[in-house]
Design a protein around this ligand. Structure first.
Ligand code: NAP
Length: 272
């Protein structure tokens, strides 16, 4: 994975925000955080559990800003209450939110969607992967005193069928619809809400999907650009949406996948 960060600048100077979903240095949330920090943002990171804190703290402490960390399992109201109370206490307000969290059981990310999806698996995928954005947004907006911007991460499996993505595709469809409803509610308050639909990137979450390697290969071969989706592209899109560059852009699902989403048929030799 590329470690590239765009040249340092001040696009995020004076802006403070919460990054949810860094598990390690390959996480999309980490790629975004590095880009935001290089542009002068002040960051808070949420992590799930002590093990994660041990892994994430050294990364976070390598950033040029002075980030702080809060514990937040998104399935716990008590955790979420405490995390946002800590942010309010430390900063008094915030300007942006990055939600890069998803979960579905491994057994549900393979085979037949109709046969493998259980009541509990469906509920859990929806709660962690879709509702958690609504919940975080509901807690974040009252702290956005000068307007703000929220971004979540989604995938093409929300719009079309992707083998093995199964219940996660259904949860991502709910996440994208939630993004639009949130954008409508928060628009008059000067808060924009958008989703980035990223092409496949090698991360822990990706490793949980059966056939993830084939998904990456197909992404490369079918995409308009004939290349993998690059972290810089995803982080650059987040920077656009979270900074003032993104003025007037809300309720959008922005595809960053080397053009894969717009291709209907793979290239074939022209026989005419
Ligand atoms: P990742 O590094 O594994 O990040 C997923 C994060 O979600 C982890 O930090 C994970 O923490 C967290 N999480 C799961 N359950 C949680 C809970 N109950 N409370 C708090 N955090 C929880 O994988 P990633 O690929 O960067 O995923 C980030 C986002 O991008 C996800 O929404 C994913 O669907 C989306 N996305 C990924 C790709 C891709 O190809 N990688 C493409 C499009 C969209 P734990 O490690 O503790 O579970």
């Amino acid at each position: 994975m590329s470690e590239e960060v765009f040249p340092a600048g001040e696009l995020m100077k004076g802006k403070r925000g919460l990054i949810m979903g860094v598990a390690n240095r390959n996480s999309i949330a980490w790629g975004i955080a590095r880009q935001l920090a290089a542009q002068g943002a002040e960051l808070c990171f949420s992590y799930q559990g002590e093990e994660l804190e041990r892994r994430v703290r050294p990364l976070v402490e390598s950033l040029p800003c002075e980030p702080f960390m809060v514990s937040a399992d998104v399935t716990s109201d008590a955790d979420m209450d405490a995390a946002f109370a800590a942010i309010e206490k430390k900063w008094g307000g915030m300007d942006f939110l990055v939600h890069a969290i998803a979960f579905a059981g491994k057994e549900e990310l393979q085979g037949s969607f109709v046969d493998k999806t259980t009541r509990e698996g469906f509920r859990r995928a929806m709660e962690i992967s879709a509702f958690s954005f609504v919940d975080a947004g509901r807690r974040a907006w009252p702290l956005m005193n000068n307007g703000g911007s929220m971004v979540t991460l989604t995938y093409l499996g929300a719009e079309r069928v992707v083998p093995s993505y199964n219940v996660m595709g259904v949860a991502k469809a709910a996440l994208e619809a939630s993004t639009r409803y949130m954008a409508r509610d928060l628009g008059p308050k000067g808060i924009r809400v958008n989703a980035i639909s990223a092409g496949p990137v090698r991360t822990l979450a990706m490793a949980g999907i059966s056939g993830g390697r084939a998904l990456m290969k197909t992404g490369r071969e079918w995409s308009m650009m004939k290349e993998d989706t690059r972290m810089e592209g995803i982080a650059g899109a987040a920077l656009y949406l979270l900074s003032d560059l993104g003025h007037s852009c809300t309720g959008e699902t922005l595809h960053v996948d080397a053009g894969f989403h717009a291709v209907a048929v793979p290239d074939f030799a022209d026989e005419e």
